[in-house]
Design a protein around this ligand. Structure first.
Ligand SMILES: [Zn+2]
Length: 456
């Protein structure tokens, strides 16, 4: 193989450019505003983290000031992690993308499984769009990414069997085989439950280092990554607390490592960083267990498999969704509505009832008969025993996404993004259109707005 045209076709076939770019390829690259997009999700990301200097986030604050930033991003219902991440990656609401909750509703009792597998997503993802355009992607700990069309992928996944932890189940789901071993050898050292642990901050450092290494070494066109410590500690401490501050600092540092990797690789000027999140956070003081009402009315039993049941509430974060064993059972639905209507005023004022048309309008689970959305301070609990109202503490999310505290953030900074743009209001479905524009993908995104004011 020493004929130049043979070398060129071999090189192109393997995606390797050896200084002989074909005209068509060069043209495509020029027409894309960015060659690389790093799409970062910070779990529980709030706009005040980058709008207010009191927070320890120098990278985020600098990117927000010099790039495009939103004052608040309206999320999905329920405002929980898996539906929201799938909205980011598809530009669609849960009604369309099919990831309605973190954990699917299981009629014979919840097994503990979550919506892990990407084949549960009913619409094309940005990873599909990147592959269809002949480009490469990488992803780290992104929800609902097991088996996704991603070139370098460590998905979020864990075993339900006791004692298995998270590291080895994740290794089993990696793409390509040996990716985690390579990352361990080249950057982060041996991963185990001590060195990569969601109860501590070491996980954020390692995700930043792994994503930086893959960006620098393989230069994929899209990297998606999910940083989670800010969620963990806001659940424990509420919206403010020493570990919330430290977890934000760790997250900011992880992002700084990826920016440095792009600079070392010489691709910073061709790269766009998008930082967004899945939901904000609300401090809580009390919880309501609506299944206690259903047990009292004989519509379900206080058993893990719900016993002989006709109706049950599936909670997702702070909110609760009514599921009927027989979806056409209008008599049972009416009984539940009557229970809710006859509650004392002191309880009725703690939540609102969303009927089917309200759920359609916001784009929530088409299988739920109705949903209960609490006021701030209150969270619904899956418990079917004890008092209806119990004490609760810390923070949570899952609320109906129509107030400031539950909103998440958005920053876009780098190639193809206009400098110093403030976006007063946008929606989580709009993030996909920005990536679609930056990488010149040809995705059909009917719910997603690309605001022309952020384009360079
Ligand atoms: Zn989350």
């Amino acid at each position: 193989m020493n004929n130049p045209s043979e070398i060129k076709s071999w090189a192109l076939a393997f995606g390797i450019l050896i200084g002989i770019a074909s005209p068509s390829l060069a043209q495509t690259q020029e027409s894309r505003p960015a060659q690389h997009v790093v799409l970062i999700s910070i779990d529980g990301f709030r706009p005040d983290f980058y709008l207010e200097e009191k927070w320890p986030a120098p990278n985020l604050q600098e990117m927000a000031q010099s790039g495009a930033r939103s004052l608040g991003v309206t999320g999905v219902f329920p405002s929980v992690t898996y539906p929201s991440h799938t909205t980011i990656i598809t530009g669609r609401t849960p009604l369309h993308h099919g990831i309605y909750y973190n954990a699917p509703f299981e009629p014979t009792g919840q097994t503990g499984r979550w919506f892990w597998e990407s084949d549960l997503i009913k619409v094309p993802t940005l990873w599909d769009g990147v592959r269809a355009a002949g480009m490469k992607s990488a992803s780290f700990i992104w929800p609902v990414s097991v088996g996704a069309p991603i070139d370098y992928n460590l998905p979020e996944f864990w075993s339900l069997e006791e004692g298995f932890g998270r590291i080895e189940p994740m290794r089993e789901q990696e793409t390509p085989k040996g990716l985690m071993a390579e990352l361990e050898e080249q950057v982060v050292g041996k991963l185990n439950e001590r060195t990569f642990n969601g109860d501590y901050l070491n996980r954020e450092d390692r995700i930043g280092e792994m994503a930086g290494y893959v960006l620098e070494t393989y230069k994929p066109n899209l990297i998606t990554l999910h940083l989670i410590a800010t969620d963990h500690f806001q659940h424990e401490e509420g919206r403010d607390g020493p570990m919330v501050r430290k977890s934000l600092a760790a997250t900011d540092r992880a992002i700084g490592k990826i920016i440095e990797a792009a600079a070392r690789a010489g691709i910073l000027d061709q790269t766009t960083f998008i930082v967004t999140g899945d939901h904000g956070f609300v401090n809580i003081h009390s919880s309501i267990s609506p299944n206690v009402w259903l047990v009292e009315a004989g519509l379900m039993e206080n058993k893990p498999d719900r016993g002989n049941w006709k109706a049950t509430f599936h909670t997702s974060g702070a909110s609760a969704f009514l599921h009927l064993k027989d979806p056409t059972d209008a008599a049972t639905l009416q009984k539940v509505k009557t229970i809710l209507e006859n509650l004392p005023e002191s309880q009725k004022k703690l939540f609102r009832v969303l009927d089917r048309s309200a759920l359609d309008q916001v784009g929530a689970d088409p299988n739920a008969a109705l949903a209960l959305a609490p006021i701030q301070g209150i969270s619904f609990s899956p418990s079917s025993q004890g008092a209806v109202l119990k004490p609760a503490k810390g923070g949570t999310h899952g609320f109906f996404p129509d107030f400031d505290e539950i909103e998440t953030g958005f920053i876009a900074w780098g190639a193809g993004i206009r400098e110093n743009v403030e976006i007063q209001e946008m929606s989580l479905v709009d993030v996909a259109a920005v990536v679609n524009y930056l990488l010149g993908l040809k995705m059909d995104l009917p719910e997603s707005n690309l605001y022309p004011g952020i384009k360079k």
